[in-house]
Design a protein around this ligand. Structure first.
Ligand SMILES: Cc1cc2nc3c(=O)[nH]c(=O)nc-3n(C[C@H](O)[C@H](O)[C@H](O)COP(=O)(O)OP(=O)(O)OC[C@H]3O[C@@H](n4cnc5c(N)ncnc54)[C@H](O)[C@@H]3O)c2cc1C
Length: 447
């Protein structure tokens, strides 16, 4: 029986394993993972910590029993340490002992690990990162007697954690080196998130670099380049992730930008019988038309599916990532897809960007709130290049960004977006959906 070995049991690994079994059930599929939480949604960790999802077991996309039922063999707490492509085997460590697993095809889905900047005090007790179930359990435990939390980094994970701890009535400070929080959107849109955080009592310091962490009188003290000393019972460092590639590199897999594995759109690594997917690989970005490192759960699932299918004889291409993402921070939702104005210029387009503020649905129906839509299109071709949306969490921001994302993937012009047949009833929208009002504003600006 042919054997697919998958290294990594999170979004990419499990998606690959299931896709392989689906494509050709005659394959034997083993998933080896370093921890004991196969198929857990780490995207849900902030909601476990906030108390909105109180039972961590609920974070499993599927239970271990479901996975076994689907025909997967799970090797838990099994860490792959060496990859030997000529002999098609992987050395794994389990219970302190090493042994070899043979494969016909192997899928490397070892994901990412949080960046730990070389700050003095980064290894002190009480300083945590947030990527695994174990990280969440450790923080959960620490929260029992924590009052003051400092979050270093205001990307989407830092912002989600600030939201989570605010919901737990903790005293939260967020320290960000860049001029604004949530740098995935334009600064003046990130500003809405900062205002939401500060409006709920979070202390947000932007343009502020952390220079070190000290432990004094049973508390942690975070010092900043501006001379501040912020006391905390718990510090979370959320300054991004880097691809987790040590294992694959031992097998000779090539790495590119940010050290992620280079793959083609079939998720092949170039080393025979070795595939890779998820946060450990470079992602194909159709806009601007090159590979880049853009680790996201949505992408990991799709790449895993492509890799698993192809590994057992199928033929799928990864369509690419437009960088579509949405995040909720307290009562604000923020989303983006495609290119922002500056990114479009860098990519060689001739962009124009407009902004509109419109009600999310008809004002006469209760609960209407203003939402901000920013649309970027190419002046030369009229093609849509990207969009950003900010609104109240009830304003269906995700629906709006997904319309733009679908239009982008279909290479529509901004004009064509205005013609889309979108749904309408007063509680949800207007006869012209805000997406279309934004598109029409872009067209008017074009003259
Ligand atoms: C707090 C948080 C919130 C997030 N929210 C979102 C969101 O809202 N939307 C979104 O799209 N994305 C989100 N993400 C990102 C998303 O979770 C990741 O992109 C996704 O988990 C990547 O999946 P992966 O399988 O590639 O890697 P990972 O999830 O990093 O998993 C790697 C797997 O490999 C295993 N492993 C690693 N090394 C070895 C080894 N040597 N041997 C054996 N096993 C190994 C690990 O145990 C694990 O099973 C969030 C991430 C975090 C941390």
């Amino acid at each position: 029986v042919p054997h697919l070995l998958v290294i990594g049991g999170s979004d990419a690994g499990i998606a690959g394993a299931l896709a392989a079994r689906h494509h050709d059930p005659s394959w034997d599929v083993t998933v080896a993972l370093a921890d004991r939480y196969p198929n857990f949604s780490i995207c849900g960790l902030p909601f476990y910590l906030s108390g909105e999802t109180p039972n961590w077991r609920d974070l499993a996309h599927r239970s271990a029993a479901d996975l076994t039922e689907a025909g997967l063999h799970l090797a838990l707490e099994t860490t792959a340490v060496d990859l030997d492509p000529p002999n098609r085997h992987v050395t794994v460590a389990q219970d302190g002992r090493c042994h070899e697993l043979v494969y016909d095809e192997v899928l490397v889905a070892t994901g990412a690990k949080p960046v730990r900047p070389p700050l003095p005090g980064i290894d002190l007790d009480g300083v945590h990162t947030m990527h695994t179930m174990a990280d969440a359990f450790a923080v959960h435990e620490r929260l029992r007697d924590a009052r003051h939390v400092v979050i270093v980094g205001a990307g989407y994970i830092g912002c989600e954690l600030a939201d989570a701890f605010t919901r737990r009535h903790l005293d939260v400070s967020v320290i960000e080196a860049l001029p604004e929080v949530l740098s995935t959107v334009d600064n003046d849109l990130g500003r809405h998130v900062r205002d939401e955080l500060t409006g709920h009592g979070v202390r947000v310091l932007v343009d502020t670099a952390v220079t070190g962490i000290r432990s004094r009188e049973r508390r942690l003290h975070v010092s900043t380049g501006s001379g501040l000393d912020v006391a905390a019972d718990l510090v979370i460092v959320a300054v991004g992730v880097s691809p987790n590639t040590a294992f694959g590199r031992r097998g000779g897999l090539a790495t590119g930008g940010r050290g992620a594995f280079v793959v083609d759109r079939r998720m092949a690594t170039g080393i025979p019988h070795v595939w890779a997917a998820g946060d450990c690989v470079e992602t194909w970005l159709p806009l601007p038309g090159r590979a880049g490192y853009l680790p996201l759960g949505t992408t990991a699932h799709k790449q895993g599916r492509v890799a698993g299918t192809n590994a057992v004889g199928g033929d799928r291409l990864f369509a690419g990532s437009l960088g579509t993402q949405v995040v909720q921070v307290l009562n604000v939702a923020v989303a983006r897809t495609g290119l922002r104005d500056s990114e479009a210029s860098t990519a060689g387009y001739h962009p124009r960007t407009i902004e509109v503020t419109v009600d999310d649905h008809k004002a006469y129906y209760p609960g209407a709130t203003p939402m901000v839509l920013r649309v970027t299109g190419d002046i030369d071709t009229g093609r849509l290049l990207g969009a950003q949306v900010v609104g109240h969490r009830t304003a269906q921001v995700a629906k709006r960004i997904d319309i733009f994302a679908t239009a982008l993937q279909s290479a529509l012009t901004v004009d064509a977006v205005s013609d889309l047949d979108l749904s309408y009833t007063p509680p949800y929208s207007s006869p012209w959906d805000p997406v279309q009002t934004a598109a029409q504003t872009w067209l008017s600006a074009a003259g």
